[in-house]
Design a protein around this ligand. Structure first.
Ligand SMILES: O=C1C[C@@](O)(C(=O)O)C[C@@H](O)[C@@H]1O
Length: 241
Protein backbone atom coordinates (compact mmCIF):
# COMPACT_ATOMS: atom_id res chain seq x y z
CA UNK A 1 0.00 0.00 0.00
CA UNK A 2 1.16 3.57 -0.69
CA UNK A 3 1.83 5.42 2.53
CA UNK A 4 1.00 8.93 3.73
CA UNK A 5 3.25 10.46 6.40
CA UNK A 6 2.05 12.98 8.99
CA UNK A 7 4.66 13.73 11.65
CA UNK A 8 5.57 10.38 13.19
CA UNK A 9 2.45 8.63 11.86
CA UNK A 10 2.65 6.52 8.69
CA UNK A 11 -0.81 5.84 7.27
CA UNK A 12 -0.87 2.70 5.15
CA UNK A 13 1.89 0.89 7.07
CA UNK A 14 0.98 -1.59 9.79
CA UNK A 15 -2.32 -1.38 11.61
CA UNK A 16 -5.08 1.20 11.07
CA UNK A 17 -4.26 4.40 12.91
CA UNK A 18 -6.57 5.36 15.78
CA UNK A 19 -7.95 8.91 15.69
CA UNK A 20 -9.74 10.21 18.79
CA UNK A 21 -12.00 13.28 18.38
CA UNK A 22 -12.05 16.28 20.72
CA UNK A 23 -15.56 17.78 20.84
CA UNK A 24 -14.81 20.68 23.22
CA UNK A 25 -16.54 24.07 23.45
CA UNK A 26 -13.64 25.98 25.04
CA UNK A 27 -9.86 25.93 24.90
CA UNK A 28 -9.56 24.74 28.49
CA UNK A 29 -11.99 21.87 27.77
CA UNK A 30 -10.02 21.04 24.61
CA UNK A 31 -6.70 20.98 26.49
CA UNK A 32 -8.21 18.73 29.15
CA UNK A 33 -9.55 16.36 26.46
CA UNK A 34 -6.14 16.28 24.75
CA UNK A 35 -4.50 15.46 28.10
CA UNK A 36 -6.87 12.50 28.54
CA UNK A 37 -6.24 11.30 24.99
CA UNK A 38 -2.51 11.17 25.77
CA UNK A 39 -3.33 8.40 28.26
CA UNK A 40 -4.89 6.29 25.47
CA UNK A 41 -3.24 4.43 22.56
CA UNK A 42 -4.42 7.12 20.08
CA UNK A 43 -2.20 7.78 17.05
CA UNK A 44 -3.74 11.17 16.29
CA UNK A 45 -6.38 13.64 17.46
CA UNK A 46 -9.32 15.08 15.54
CA UNK A 47 -10.21 18.59 16.68
CA UNK A 48 -13.90 19.06 15.84
CA UNK A 49 -14.04 22.79 15.18
CA UNK A 50 -17.81 22.86 14.76
CA UNK A 51 -18.20 22.21 18.54
CA UNK A 52 -15.75 24.98 19.47
CA UNK A 53 -17.39 28.20 20.70
CA UNK A 54 -14.25 30.34 21.16
CA UNK A 55 -12.02 31.84 18.48
CA UNK A 56 -10.58 28.88 16.56
CA UNK A 57 -7.54 30.62 15.12
CA UNK A 58 -6.46 32.09 18.48
CA UNK A 59 -6.69 28.65 20.09
CA UNK A 60 -5.11 26.59 17.30
CA UNK A 61 -1.43 26.85 18.29
CA UNK A 62 -2.17 25.87 21.91
CA UNK A 63 -4.13 22.81 20.73
CA UNK A 64 -1.41 21.72 18.27
CA UNK A 65 1.29 22.15 20.94
CA UNK A 66 -0.68 20.29 23.60
CA UNK A 67 -1.32 17.41 21.18
CA UNK A 68 2.34 17.08 20.19
CA UNK A 69 3.74 14.50 19.33
CA UNK A 70 0.28 13.42 18.10
CA UNK A 71 -0.77 15.15 14.87
CA UNK A 72 -4.07 17.04 14.85
CA UNK A 73 -6.70 16.58 12.14
CA UNK A 74 -8.74 19.81 12.00
CA UNK A 75 -12.35 19.18 11.02
CA UNK A 76 -15.16 21.68 10.71
CA UNK A 77 -18.07 19.31 10.13
CA UNK A 78 -20.99 21.22 8.61
CA UNK A 79 -24.61 20.69 9.63
CA UNK A 80 -25.38 19.21 6.23
CA UNK A 81 -23.01 16.31 7.00
CA UNK A 82 -23.90 15.69 10.63
CA UNK A 83 -21.93 18.52 12.29
CA UNK A 84 -22.98 21.07 14.90
CA UNK A 85 -22.80 24.33 12.98
CA UNK A 86 -23.41 26.03 9.66
CA UNK A 87 -20.65 28.04 8.00
CA UNK A 88 -20.59 30.18 4.85
CA UNK A 89 -18.52 28.49 2.13
CA UNK A 90 -16.00 31.34 1.87
CA UNK A 91 -15.50 31.33 5.66
CA UNK A 92 -15.05 27.55 5.52
CA UNK A 93 -12.27 27.65 2.92
CA UNK A 94 -10.61 30.70 4.49
CA UNK A 95 -10.66 29.05 7.94
CA UNK A 96 -8.97 25.94 6.60
CA UNK A 97 -6.35 27.99 4.73
CA UNK A 98 -5.62 30.00 7.91
CA UNK A 99 -5.25 26.79 9.93
CA UNK A 100 -2.74 25.47 7.39
CA UNK A 101 -0.75 28.70 7.74
CA UNK A 102 -0.75 28.13 11.52
CA UNK A 103 0.76 24.68 10.98
CA UNK A 104 -2.26 22.34 11.03
CA UNK A 105 -0.78 18.96 10.08
CA UNK A 106 -4.05 17.58 8.63
CA UNK A 107 -7.30 19.13 7.46
CA UNK A 108 -10.68 17.65 6.53
CA UNK A 109 -12.68 19.21 3.71
CA UNK A 110 -16.10 17.94 2.63
CA UNK A 111 -16.40 16.63 -0.91
CA UNK A 112 -19.88 18.08 -1.49
CA UNK A 113 -18.84 21.61 -0.45
CA UNK A 114 -15.75 21.33 -2.62
CA UNK A 115 -17.78 20.20 -5.61
CA UNK A 116 -20.33 22.98 -5.14
CA UNK A 117 -17.52 25.59 -5.12
CA UNK A 118 -14.93 23.77 -7.15
CA UNK A 119 -12.73 26.65 -8.27
CA UNK A 120 -12.46 28.07 -4.74
CA UNK A 121 -11.94 24.58 -3.33
CA UNK A 122 -9.07 23.78 -5.70
CA UNK A 123 -7.42 27.06 -4.76
CA UNK A 124 -7.75 26.20 -1.04
CA UNK A 125 -6.52 22.63 -1.60
CA UNK A 126 -3.41 23.93 -3.41
CA UNK A 127 -2.80 26.39 -0.57
CA UNK A 128 -3.12 23.63 2.08
CA UNK A 129 -0.72 21.38 0.21
CA UNK A 130 1.76 24.23 -0.23
CA UNK A 131 1.84 24.61 3.54
CA UNK A 132 2.57 20.89 3.86
CA UNK A 133 -0.83 19.89 5.30
CA UNK A 134 -2.26 16.47 4.53
CA UNK A 135 -5.78 16.63 3.12
CA UNK A 136 -8.65 14.33 4.05
CA UNK A 137 -11.61 14.79 1.70
CA UNK A 138 -14.74 13.42 3.29
CA UNK A 139 -18.34 12.48 2.69
CA UNK A 140 -20.98 11.41 5.23
CA UNK A 141 -24.48 10.00 5.14
CA UNK A 142 -26.02 9.55 8.59
CA UNK A 143 -29.25 8.06 7.14
CA UNK A 144 -28.27 5.40 4.67
CA UNK A 145 -25.62 3.70 2.55
CA UNK A 146 -25.70 4.84 -1.10
CA UNK A 147 -25.17 2.19 -3.82
CA UNK A 148 -21.69 0.75 -4.30
CA UNK A 149 -21.12 2.54 -7.64
CA UNK A 150 -21.95 5.90 -6.04
CA UNK A 151 -19.44 5.27 -3.24
CA UNK A 152 -16.70 4.22 -5.68
CA UNK A 153 -17.39 7.32 -7.76
CA UNK A 154 -17.14 9.56 -4.66
CA UNK A 155 -13.75 8.10 -3.76
CA UNK A 156 -12.66 8.82 -7.37
CA UNK A 157 -13.92 12.41 -7.17
CA UNK A 158 -11.95 12.90 -3.94
CA UNK A 159 -8.79 11.68 -5.64
CA UNK A 160 -9.49 13.96 -8.59
CA UNK A 161 -9.52 16.88 -6.13
CA UNK A 162 -6.09 15.75 -4.84
CA UNK A 163 -7.17 14.23 -1.54
CA UNK A 164 -4.31 12.49 0.23
CA UNK A 165 -6.80 10.40 2.21
CA UNK A 166 -10.34 10.08 0.82
CA UNK A 167 -12.86 9.23 3.53
CA UNK A 168 -16.47 8.00 3.46
CA UNK A 169 -18.68 7.38 6.53
CA UNK A 170 -22.18 6.04 5.92
CA UNK A 171 -25.03 4.52 7.94
CA UNK A 172 -26.04 0.92 7.21
CA UNK A 173 -29.69 -0.14 7.32
CA UNK A 174 -28.80 -3.81 6.92
CA UNK A 175 -25.86 -6.20 7.03
CA UNK A 176 -25.77 -5.99 3.26
CA UNK A 177 -25.10 -2.23 3.47
CA UNK A 178 -22.00 -2.90 5.55
CA UNK A 179 -20.77 -5.20 2.80
CA UNK A 180 -21.62 -2.56 0.17
CA UNK A 181 -19.23 -0.13 1.87
CA UNK A 182 -16.51 -2.77 2.28
CA UNK A 183 -16.87 -3.76 -1.35
CA UNK A 184 -16.63 -0.12 -2.52
CA UNK A 185 -13.51 0.35 -0.37
CA UNK A 186 -11.92 -2.78 -1.84
CA UNK A 187 -12.44 -1.47 -5.37
CA UNK A 188 -11.37 2.11 -4.60
CA UNK A 189 -8.17 0.98 -2.83
CA UNK A 190 -7.13 -1.50 -5.55
CA UNK A 191 -3.55 -0.82 -6.54
CA UNK A 192 -2.67 0.21 -3.00
CA UNK A 193 -4.25 3.66 -2.79
CA UNK A 194 -4.96 4.43 0.89
CA UNK A 195 -8.44 5.52 1.97
CA UNK A 196 -10.74 5.62 4.97
CA UNK A 197 -14.12 3.89 5.12
CA UNK A 198 -16.57 3.67 8.00
CA UNK A 199 -19.94 2.03 8.29
CA UNK A 200 -21.49 3.71 11.34
CA UNK A 201 -23.85 2.51 14.10
CA UNK A 202 -23.98 -0.91 15.77
CA UNK A 203 -24.11 -2.86 12.53
CA UNK A 204 -21.07 -1.11 11.11
CA UNK A 205 -18.80 -1.57 14.14
CA UNK A 206 -16.94 -4.38 12.39
CA UNK A 207 -15.58 -1.82 9.88
CA UNK A 208 -14.03 0.20 12.72
CA UNK A 209 -12.06 -2.89 13.74
CA UNK A 210 -11.39 -4.76 10.48
CA UNK A 211 -11.60 -1.99 7.87
CA UNK A 212 -7.83 -2.31 7.45
CA UNK A 213 -8.31 -5.58 5.59
CA UNK A 214 -10.38 -3.65 2.99
CA UNK A 215 -8.00 -0.71 2.46
CA UNK A 216 -8.87 1.61 5.35
CA UNK A 217 -5.87 3.26 7.03
CA UNK A 218 -7.61 5.13 9.85
CA UNK A 219 -10.34 4.40 12.38
CA UNK A 220 -12.10 6.77 14.80
CA UNK A 221 -12.43 5.84 18.47
CA UNK A 222 -13.78 7.66 21.50
CA UNK A 223 -12.41 8.90 24.79
CA UNK A 224 -15.41 10.30 26.62
CA UNK A 225 -17.83 11.92 24.15
CA UNK A 226 -18.16 10.00 20.87
CA UNK A 227 -18.48 12.10 17.70
CA UNK A 228 -20.45 9.51 15.73
CA UNK A 229 -22.63 6.44 16.35
CA UNK A 230 -20.79 3.16 16.73
CA UNK A 231 -17.44 4.55 17.86
CA UNK A 232 -15.63 2.16 20.19
CA UNK A 233 -13.65 3.26 23.25
CA UNK A 234 -10.00 3.89 22.24
CA UNK A 235 -8.40 1.39 24.68
CA UNK A 236 -10.87 -1.35 23.74
CA UNK A 237 -10.36 -0.73 20.02
CA UNK A 238 -6.55 -0.75 20.37
CA UNK A 239 -6.63 -4.14 22.08
CA UNK A 240 -8.95 -5.47 19.35
CA UNK A 241 -6.63 -4.20 16.61
O1 LIG B 1 -15.69 11.72 9.53
C1 LIG B 1 -15.56 11.34 10.66
C2 LIG B 1 -15.84 9.96 11.02
C3 LIG B 1 -16.89 9.90 12.10
O2 LIG B 1 -18.12 10.33 11.57
C4 LIG B 1 -17.09 8.43 12.55
O3 LIG B 1 -18.02 7.81 12.08
O4 LIG B 1 -16.30 7.96 13.37
C5 LIG B 1 -16.45 10.76 13.26
C6 LIG B 1 -16.18 12.20 12.86
O5 LIG B 1 -15.69 12.94 13.99
C7 LIG B 1 -15.18 12.25 11.76
O6 LIG B 1 -15.04 13.57 11.29
Amino acid sequence: MKTVQVGGVTFGAGKMKICVPVCAKTLSEALEAVRKIHTTPADLIEWRLDYFEEDILSAAKAVFEAADPLPVLCTFRTKAEGGEREIAPEDYFALNEALAVLGAPMLDLELMLCRAHEERARQAIDALHEKGAVLVLSNHDFEKTPPRAVLVERYAQMRDLNADLPKIAVMPQSQRDVMVLLSAMTEASAGGAPLIGISMGELGKVTRVRGGAFGSVMTFASKGKASAPGQIDAETLASML
